[in-house]
Design a protein around this ligand. Structure first.
Ligand SMILES: [Zn+2]
Length: 339
């Protein structure tokens, strides 16, 4: 039996040293130390030998086992070192190669201008409210003093979903929602996407963005409106920019006006950008029509208010000197990455 054990250790050591990879090594371990392995077989047959010889053989068998185990783990370390070196050699890293550039996104120019406008109004105590793009005809027209058949509806060619529901043509619908759901006083701006049946050209797109504002309180006058919008123009384009108001007509405000801001390109001297005028048209505004107030459950004898609406896309084009609105919707990264 001693001879058998010596033979096992000789064979095992040779086989372990010879094994060229982890799999062969594992096969050798199973062959000698596994449940049906050669050393295990010797241990199992020990019951048949005499007591004192069994003690000697048992100790020897244990020595053989730990020697084989030691050889296996040594060889295992050697093999994984060899594998690691081979891997490192095959995956040589050239640190002098240029890296892969990561493209970093940035805000759309319209989003930048919107953030700027929101910041200006938040500073003046306004809050931002939003409403759904798919809107009731009543909130978009009816309650804004434009009943069915009103001629002012015609200039806002509308995408209708059915007789009562449409894609909003203006964010004024959010003003109606606010007046219906809250008690004055409040001052809000409502930015959002609007839709009109328009053939795209340099100044029109079927989808565009508006920022509307509404202030309802006691003793609100036209001078509050003028002061607030004058501030907007100055904060956007510079303190030396002046504004002027021209009479206009909107069904939902009385009196109504359009506001021009001094041309910031030529500092109001007159240039091709403002067509020699020194001013550029900026927005529409007015005092909320008493009929609109009472229609929304607000007593026009107690409360007055003003409203305005400005095209975000127009503000963006003015700010960055963009001459075609379609560029803002094309998603052409070559164009957008300039801002
Ligand atoms: Zn100009």
């Amino acid at each position: 039996m001693k001879n058998r054990l010596n033979e096992i250790i000789r064979n095992a050591t040779a086989e372990i040293a010879k094994s060229a990879d982890i799999e062969t090594l594992e096969a050798a371990r199973v062959r000698y130390l596994g449940k049906k392995g050669e050393l295990t077989a010797v241990l199992k047959s020990m019951g048949s030998i005499a007591e004192d010889e069994r003690r000697v053989i048992g100790k020897l068998a244990n020595d053989v086992r730990s020697e084989i185990e030691g050889s296996i783990s040594r060889r295992k370390r050697e093999l994984s070192d060899i594998q690691l070196k081979a891997k490192l050699m095959s995956e040589k890293l050239d640190v002098t190669l240029p890296g892969t550039a990561q493209k970093v996104g940035k805000l759309h120019p319209s989003t930048k201008v919107l953030n700027e406008v929101v910041e200006i109004f938040l500073g003046m105590g306004f809050e931002v409210t939003e409403g759904p793009d798919i809107e009731f005809d009543d909130y978009c027209f009816g309650m804004l003093n434009m009943p069915k058949g009103h001629p002012a509806r015609d200039i806002q060619d509308t995408f209708y979903i059915n007789d009562k529901v449409l894609l909003r043509t203006q964010t004024s619908s959010v003003q109606v929602r606010t007046m219906l759901s809250r008690k004055p006083p409040f001052r809000i701006i409502s930015p959002g996407r609007c839709y009109r049946v328009d053939t795209p050209d340099a100044t029109h797109t079927p989808t565009f963005h508006q920022i509307e504002g509404l202030v309802i309180d006691r003793n609100i006058t036209m001078s509050d409106l003028k002061g607030t919008l004058d501030q907007l123009a100055k904060r956007l384009y510079g303190d030396d920019i002046q504004t002027r108001f021209r009479p206009h007509h909107f069904p939902y405000t009385e009196p109504s006006a359009e506001m021009d801001a001094g041309c910031f390109m030529c500092r109001m001297k007159g240039c091709s950008f403002c067509k020699g005028e020194g001013y550029i048209e900026l927005l529409g505004c007015g005092m909320v029509h008493p009929k609109v107030l009472s229609g929304c459950g607000i007593d026009p004898d107690e409360f007055t208010g003003y409203a305005f609406g400005v095209g975000l896309d127009r503000l963006t084009m003015l700010k960055y000197g963009i001459n075609d609105i379609r560029l803002l919707f094309d998603n052409d990264m070559r164009f957008l990455s300039q801002f």
